[in-house]
Design a protein around this ligand. Structure first.
Ligand SMILES: *Cc1c(COP(=O)(O)O)cnc(C)c1O
Length: 378
């Protein structure tokens, strides 16, 4: 049996007619950059995320970068974030001219730990604390960070909050949606995200009128009116084709999310029946509305061997992420070392994402769990 990690081709079949219609309309109009389709999507996403504004941008990475620029976070400012995330999170902080301050994760949810943030801030020198300007929490795998405590810390130290919600569109914490709790919410339409475009794209949500305005100016090189620049932005524009396709997919998103959540429930039952809980740990569902961008299991041992075994059985898996960011060569100047963030380092060497996409069948899920059981009982 074949079980891919993600199957976008079968998803495409269900929306093909709508997509081809709008693509043809845009081709006929020859209006490709920003414009009415982008404006329409911005309204829809703001509604979906329950924020006042949304600004379409060129990628999730650019969503992070433009938010940092709009908040003037540069000049060696400190930005607290997690070492266990996709590279773009910390990469954007450095590109903006700021400095990542890594903080360890909660080993149960893989999200940044507010308790560890408190400890890191308490250990800072007066000068370091003075440079601290922002927190960039990442809602990893589709589950929100404990934002209530993040916002308390932000208020106490007067920090800007930039949510990296690239994996978490529609996820909730205390009834609030991802992207609606911080000063900015940054989303990605990379094809493998729950709401993916047919190329690159992203969006920034905010409740601030002033920040919304600034984002819109920065998106077009900082020019307003055109050719007159009070600030330096970049080409962070979203194109009409991507916006129109994302808009079609958005109308299916809640159904797809429901299917992911059902798959997660099904895995929990199948793993419970397999009785291998001493060797395979399942992800903790802590927040109410986890959207399961990934379903990530943790192996007591032999994670890489299991991955090869599943691969040869036709089952797709991925390691998100094999190397924590504090140990990346490009960040060696930050002087972190192995052992600084034990929970992140443990996760990087023990976890494995297994298929969870909406079209997955019961038989496929049963096969995945059966093969995992076969391997760990070898
Ligand atoms: C995908 C992702 C990004 C980057 O999004 P792109 O659209 O690929 O630039 C940033 N942060 C996280 C956590 C992501 O998963």
């Amino acid at each position: 049996m074949k079980v891919p990690l993600l199957d976008l081709k079968s998803q495409y079949k269900t929306i093909k007619d709508d997509v081809l219609k709008v693509v043809e309309e845009i081709f006929e109009s020859q209006y490709f950059i920003l414009g009415p389709h982008v404006e329409a999507l911005e309204k829809e996403i703001a509604g979906y995320c329950r924020t006042r504004h949304a600004v379409g941008v060129s990628s999730g990475t650019d969503a992070l970068l433009i938010s940092l620029m709009a908040a003037h976070i540069g000049h060696q400012a400190g930005v607290i974030t997690t070492p266990y995330t996709f590279f773009a999170t910390a990469g954007s902080i450095v590109r903006a001219g700021a400095r990542p301050v890594f903080v360890d994760i909660d080993p149960n949810t893989y999200n940044i730990s507010p308790e560890c943030i408190d400890t890191v801030i308490a250990d800072m020198s007066e000068e370091e604390r003075g440079r601290l300007k922002a927190i960039m929490p990442v809602h990893l795998y589709g589950q929100c960070v404990d934002m209530q405590n993040i916002l308390k810390i932000a208020e106490k130290y007067n920090l800007i909050v930039i949510e990296d919600a690239a994996q978490a569109i529609g996820a909730e914490h205390n009834g609030m949606r991802a992207g609606a709790m911080g000063d900015f919410g940054c989303f990605s339409f990379f094809p493998s995200k729950n709401l993916g475009a047919f190329g690159d794209g992203g969006i920034v949500t905010t409740n601030s009128e002033a920040l919304n305005d600034k984002l819109r100016i920065l998106r077009v090189h900082g020019g307003r009116p055109k050719y007159y620049h009070k600030m330096i932005g970049g080409n962070f524009r979203l194109d009409a084709l991507q916006a129109a396709i994302v808009s079609i997919k958005l109308s299916h998103l809640d159904n797809w999310t429901k299917a992911r959540q059902e798959n997660a429930r099904n895995y929990r039952e199948l793993f419970a029946d397999a009785n291998i809980g001493d060797l395979v740990r399942l992800p903790l569902e802590k927040e109410n509305r986890h959207i399961y961008n990934q379903f990530v299991i943790s192996l007591k041992e032999k994670r890489d061997e299991l991955r090869l075994f599943l691969n040869s059985a036709g089952i797709g898996t991925e390691i998100y992420y094999p190397a924590p960011l504090h140990l990346q060569e490009c960040f060696s100047y930050l002087n972190y070392k192995k052992g600084d963030f034990p929970a992140a380092e443990y996760a990087a060497s023990h976890t494995l994402a297994i298929p969870i996409y909406p079209g997955l069948s019961d038989d496929q899920q049963g096969y995945v769990v059966e093969k995992i059981k076969e391997f760990v009982r070898l």
